[in-house]
Design a protein around this ligand. Structure first.
Ligand code: SF4
Length: 373
């Protein structure tokens, strides 16, 4: 079992908060697609012939690609890798790209899951973020995709920014329920260095984020999702029964994956590698049939800490046997450090599984860091 991620590094405009790798110029789109195809072929041995269960087009904005371009990439993957007949194939899409014609064209591809970047149903919020779409487009795009017969949809939402009152946040969640969207990824707004948002805050043009507002809205999110029958299977991810993201779940379960494209990461069980985050360098290196990646061998400590970090964020939790399988005796050592977290009611244990409580989910990063080896 394995997955493939393809990074499409182009966007119509730069959202103020975003620090992903992308370019707003599509001048080299043709060269980029050729380089992506070449990398897929060159990396055909990376996953040791494992069957591909999931393909994920992320970015950037993959919905800027035409259906022919998407089909071209999927065909190349199928040529060089074994793809399961029921593979989950996700396309990240922005609402403004999903017009009637585009959705019809996408029906002609093997894409069977959409991740729609809604972020908010309020136009003033979208303008504040410098998103390319408006609220009416968000709603219309979801309905259009559903009418075309795609049921497997996820929406991205952001909370914890000054413009978003608790009332607006509740409204955004209500819209998700009204539209029957079966999966939601909701993230707290973070201010990454080198973004326009960071610079606006520094210049006092934008108000800074407020941690307690963010924490309160996270609690509202957990409560409302639960009331509407969604399972919080990862701290930021919620779904109605059975509608997990197979691709992301596999990341969290340590399944191997191959990342294609500039800035994409790969993991084969023993090493992690990441491609250069520069379109020109990426294309240039692939023209010479080389992979522009840095590689890191994972030490036992890396593996333990990664497992702690990711497993604690999920509903499946941290399995003490699995920890011992990475390093003998590590479970006993970890349990010695958990006293304070049990006392505070942040973690709970059932047999060999440790999970975060709802109170603990507010401190997930701190708890993981406390338990690191
Ligand atoms: S569309 Fe997505 S990747 Fe592009 S700038 Fe906005 S948040 Fe970043």
């Amino acid at each position: 079992m394995a997955g493939i991620y393809i990074h499409i590094p182009f966007c119509k405009q730069a959202c103020y908060y975003c620090d992903f790798h992308f370019s707003t110029s599509v001048k080299y789109k043709g060269d980029m697609l050729a380089a992506l195809q070449n990398e897929i072929a060159l990396q055909k041995a990376y996953l040791n012939g494992k069957t591909i269960q999931t393909i994920y087009f992320g970015g950037g904005t993959p919905s800027l690609l035409s259906s022919d371009e998407i089909n071209g990439l999927i065909n190349t993957i199928t040529l060089h890798h074994t793809v399961a007949s029921d593979a989950e194939i996700t396309l990240e899409a922005n609402p403004d790209d999903l017009d009637d014609q585009k959705v019809k064209q996408l029906k002609q591809t093997a894409v069977n899951r959409f991740s729609i970047g809604i972020q908010s149903f309020f136009d003033d919020d979208l303008l504040w973020m410098n998103r390319a779409h408006r609220s009416s487009e968000a709603e219309a795009s979801v309905k259009r995709v559903q009418d075309a017969g795609f049921e497997n949809i996820t929406a991205d939402l952001i909370y914890g920014y000054p413009l978003l009152t608790d009332q607006k946040w509740k409204h955004n969640l209500e819209q998700i329920f009204a539209l029957s969207i079966p999966h939601v990824s909701a993230y707290a707004m973070t201010v990454e260095p080198q973004t326009a948002l960071a610079s606006f805050i520094k210049k006092k043009v934008y108000a800074p984020m407020n941690e307690s507002q963010s924490a309160e809205q996270f609690v509202v999110l957990m409560d409302d999702m639960q009331k509407h029958g969604y399972e919080q299977y990862e701290i930021s991810n919620f779904c109605t029964p059975g509608n997990y993201s197979r691709h992301n779940s596999n990341y969290w379960k340590g399944v191997k994956y191959l990342g294609i494209g500039p800035s994409a990461h790969s993991f084969n069980g023993n090493t992690r590698q990441w491609n250069v985050a520069n379109n020109a360098k990426y294309i240039q290196t692939l023209t010479l049939n080389n992979i522009p990646a840095e590689i890191e061998e994972l030490t036992e400590q890396n593996r333990l800490n990664e497992y702690i970090m990711t497993s604690l964020r999920t509903a499946w939790g941290l399995n003490l046997d699995q920890l011992n399988a990475i390093s003998k005796g590590s479970a006993a050592q970890l349990l010695k450090e958990t006293g304070e977290h049990f006392e505070k009611g942040w973690i709970q244990q059932k047999d060999l599984i440790i999970t975060l409580t709802n109170a603990g989910k507010l401190y997930a990063d701190k708890i993981a860091a406390d338990l690191f080896f």
